[in-house]
Design a protein around this ligand. Structure first.
Ligand SMILES: NC(=O)c1ccc[n+]([C@@H]2O[C@H](COP(=O)([O-])OP(=O)(O)OC[C@H]3O[C@@H](n4cnc5c(N)ncnc54)[C@H](OP(=O)(O)O)[C@@H]3O)[C@@H](O)[C@H]2O)c1
Length: 270
């Protein structure tokens, strides 16, 4: 029996706002059809409608909580339902957690690991084999400069991004010699609601590094993916910092990171 024809799309997680939305616009401008994934239906529908209107590409949505196994499985079901296959996968959805690790409540850390580590790994495992079989497409993982060093007071988040960096570089090597690309984009702090969500909007690291716009990061990320780059650090200063962070002695770097990342309210005893 002939295999059913499916149309290629770029699957983007966390695409209803922030960097995910900017990445969705960037891929759509390059002519990619999209499957956008997030939990909030209204924001997803608004994002999809706007992108389809502005670019003319086909945009489908999937409402899913990717911190659950069921949520990840539902992405594959949605592709099948719409007659699509994942040409590219952009693993963007992630959450942060700020404050002393020992003070995080019950399931908070596991929820972070489920979204930032397990969902990214699960979706890649589900969709990369098809890309390799078709010998085209690729995976763009959204890491962070946080992946280059340990981050006290955002310990689980920094560790999750170290995993993303390591997995991405390793998979990029595994697919070398094929037409499939795996790369990781590692931005510095961005102007999104991400920091406010974890109550870190007043912390020193934001003032120290400044906030970059998501459009610039999305442009660099897609361009780097197309060029076959493995690790993309948008912005010249951030790129230089990343080279330093990769080799700096942790005995000096980790206490400095702790000073940058410590919750300011806690310091003032508020
Ligand atoms: N912001 C920064 O400074 C910064 C710096 C470096 C790297 N990054 C990375 O960039 C990526 C995007 O960050 P951002 O700042 O754009 O984040 P954001 O503004 O907080 O947006 C997060 C997106 O992920 C979705 N999402 C959250 N939890 C989800 C879940 N359980 N299942 C499915 N979707 C979920 C959100 O929609 P719903 O809430 O509706 O689900 C939203 O679309 C992340 O990987 C982050 O680690 C961010």
């Amino acid at each position: 029996m002939a295999e059913r024809e499916t149309a290629p799309v770029t699957v983007i997680t966390g695409a209803s706002e922030g960097l995910g939305l900017a990445l969705a616009r960037e891929f759509a401008r390059a002519g990619h059809g999209l499957l956008l994934v997030a939990r909030g239906r209204a924001a997803l529908e608004a994002a999809a409608g706007g992108i389809a209107r502005d670019t003319g590409v086909r945009v489908e949505i999937q409402v899913a909580d990717l911190a659950s196994r069921k949520g990840c499985a539902s992405v594959v079901t949605a592709l099948e339902k719409h007659g699509l296959h994942a040409d590219y996968l952009v693993n963007n959805a992630a959450l942060g957690l700020s404050g002393p690790y020992a003070e995080h409540e019950g399931g908070e850390v596991m929820r972070l690991v489920d979204l930032n580590v397990r969902a990214l790994s699960d979706l890649t495992a589900r969709l990369l084999p098809g890309m390799i079989a078709r010998d085209r497409g690729g995976v763009l993982n959204v890491g962070s400069m946080a992946g280059f060093f340990p981050g006290p007071y955002q310990a689980a988040y920094y560790a999750s991004k170290a995993y993303v960096l390591s997995l991405s570089e390793a998979l990029a090597q595994e697919v070398a010699g094929t037409n499939v690309r795996v790369c990781v984009v590692a931005p510095g702090p961005l102007a999104t609601r991400f920091h406010a969500r974890m109550g870190a909007q007043r912390d020193y690291y934001i003032r120290f590094q400044g906030l970059m716009g998501v459009e610039q990061v999305a442009r660099s990320a897609r361009a780097g993916l197309v060029r076959g780059r493995r690790v993309i650090v948008p912005g010249a200063i951030n790129w230089v910092s990343a080279q330093f962070l990769r080799v700096a002695p942790h005995i000096l770097l980790v206490p400095f990171a702790a000073w940058l990342l410590r919750r300011r309210e806690a310091r003032r005893g508020v």
